[in-house]
Design a protein around this ligand. Structure first.
Ligand SMILES: [Zn+2]
Length: 280
């Protein structure tokens, strides 16, 4: 089974009126002000899955500042999940700026049957210590409901790009350490944080933590796959494309160049997601 764990869907009203939402949500504007930043429709996503032979797709929205828009985004993703007979696996976003509403939305969506929470991010401010600590009530819901949490984590160094935010790795490690029962998926190879699993104490803290591959061809050369396989083990790496930013074939090219074994490829491309999400 092939699973794409990282696909974005925006509400229809956002796709039809990007300018308005860029002026009302600074985090959204930081990523989608450029008309070159593509937004996919439900039909685009299904066509992508079909064309690339992908069995299931994990789809989620954007961590809007507005709790109302968060709910609209989640509800449209739930409809998409139902319309596709479950081929689309719904993750729920929450408003990271309004933790009380985020807590209610996390409870509402996970009780409804959403498979996890994410991709969570603070695109306007970055993951500072206080903001990282503020999401604890949301993590408590995920822990109680035994659902994974996908966090946007980018590199603290290197070139800048839309959506790249400041990340406090020390605070992030503490958050993971304080929540040993939460299965975290750190997007974008966790901003490279996995390299520190060579330190035994970090390796122990990462026992329930995965990374996804989203956008990696824009960030790393293909050695990231072999390095992550060596440090984390292939069972901790989950293929996610960040569609419509990129799609599966670009990642297959890097897996080929990196000489990843057939067993490891199968785990990365679907087996790990299948296990984490308990998909039959
Ligand atoms: Zn991201």
């Amino acid at each position: 089974m092939v699973v794409d764990f990282h696909i974005h869907l925006f509400p229809q009203r956002v796709r039809e009126n990007r300018g308005f939402f860029c002026s009302s949500d600074a985090g959204f504007a930081s990523l989608y002000n450029s008309p070159k930043a593509r937004m996919a429709s439900e039909a685009d996503i299904v066509a992508y899955l079909d064309q690339c032979g992908i069995d299931r797709g994990v789809v989620f929205g954007f961590p809007w500042e507005s709790p109302e828009l968060v709910k609209i985004n989640n509800d449209e993703i739930w409809d998409f999940h139902e319309k596709t007979g479950g081929r689309i696996i719904p993750f729920a976003v929450v408003s990271c700026t309004d933790i009380a509403s985020a807590h209610r939305e996390a409870e509402r969506t996970l009780k409804q049957g959403f498979a996890g929470l994410g991709e969570l991010a603070f695109y306007s401010w970055g993951w500072t210590i206080s903001l990282i600590e503020s999401i604890q009530p949301i993590l408590d819901v995920a822990s109680h409901m035994k659902k994974p949490v996908l966090l946007h984590v980018n590199e603290p160094v290197g070139h800048t790009y839309p959506g790249k935010i400041r990340i406090d790795f020390e605070a992030l490690v503490k958050l993971i350490e304080r929540n040993p029962s939460v299965e975290f998926v750190l997007a974008h190879f966790g901003g490279g944080l996995f390299v520190y699993t060579m330190m035994p104490e970090i390796n122990a803290i990462f026992s329930n933590t995965y990374v996804d591959t989203a956008a990696s061809p824009y960030l790393y050369d293909q050695r990231v796959f072999a390095t992550a396989c060596s440090l984390l083990g292939p069972q901790k790496i989950i293929f996610g494309s960040d569609y419509p930013l990129l799609s599966l074939p670009r990642y297959l090219k890097d897996l080929d160049l990196a000489n990843i074994t057939a067993d490891a490829r199968a785990a990365i491309l679907g087996g790990n997601a299948q296990r984490l999400l308990k998909i039959k």
